[in-house]
Design a binder for this molecule. Structure first.
Ligand SMILES: [Fe+2]
Length: 251
């Protein structure tokens, strides 16, 4: 429903002792239909020179409405992820690293005090995983094998979901929440700050990521403003459990 908004502002102009009231009509703000507006083709978003490309999306930016609007996901993908990828490519190119270097190897070996690389490599990996594991109109469920592991580690899928969302909502400041397979072979929910991740050698808890959810404000603020918990519930509904299950079963 399109709301018509008319704002009348009154400009009070004082001229000596004579007060003149002037009525000014402010133009209506542009209303964007998030479902039908064209936010462009994700495949047209290209990185600058370097070996690292953006994860290819099999959906359109506007396919997540109403859970995530087109502007939110387009900005996130083509501004934030692209920025990390370009910075990472710049570092790799300037340092003449092999173009065959894998992102996982960079994360595993990086010097934690190299803040520029830590930020761009982490941001690149984390965002690619995030976008890769979203599926529009998901309604998907974990496979039987993954369901058994979730039940074993968390009691039930519903208990896992509630714990994951509660953990993510409690992330203070910028960070990520993850489901990982830890070194003991158990599923575990963890959080990381900034763009750190559980592959980094200095991570407090290490493991293989299955999926993550971005809890930086830029991930939701355009649509949800301060309603972080609402965002978390809605984005959880978009998880591509087919893909996540396949990854779990391949480990
Ligand atoms: Fe992000």
């Amino acid at each position: 429903m399109k709301f018509q908004l008319l704002i009348i502002a009154f400009l009070f102009i004082s001229c000596k002792n004579d007060n003149n009231l002037v009525e000014v009509q402010i133009p209506e703000p542009e209303v964007i239909d998030q479902k039908t507006s064209n936010f462009g083709d994700p495949n047209d978003v290209k990185t600058e020179t370097g070996p690292f490309e953006l994860v290819q999306l099999n959906y359109k930016f506007e396919d997540f409405v109403p859970n995530l609007d087109g502007r939110t996901i387009e900005t996130h993908y083509s501004k934030h992820l692209l920025g990390h990828a370009n910075k990472l490519n710049k570092i790799v190119t300037e340092n003449k690293w092999s173009k065959k270097t894998k992102i996982e190897d960079i994360l595993l070996n990086l010097d934690i005090n190299n803040l520029e690389l830590r930020k761009s490599a982490g941001g690149y990996y984390n965002h690619n995983l995030f976008f890769e594991n979203l599926a529009p109109k998901s309604n998907l469920k974990p496979s039987d094998t993954l369901t058994m592991a979730i039940d074993k580690n968390f009691g039930s899928f519903e208990a896992f979901k509630q714990t994951f969302i509660a953990t993510a909502s409690n992330v203070n400041g910028s960070g990520w929440t993850w489901l990982i397979l830890n070194k003991k072979g158990d599923l575990e929910i963890i959080t990381t700050v900034n763009n750190d991740n559980p592959l980094m050698k200095d991570a407090l808890i290490k493991g293989t990521p299955l999926f993550n959810i971005d809890t930086w404000e830029h991930a939701y603020y355009l649509q949800y403003q301060n309603r972080k918990l609402e965002y978390l519930k809605k984005v959880f509904e978009l998880l591509n459990w087919d893909l996540i299950s396949k990854k779990f079963e391949s480990l």
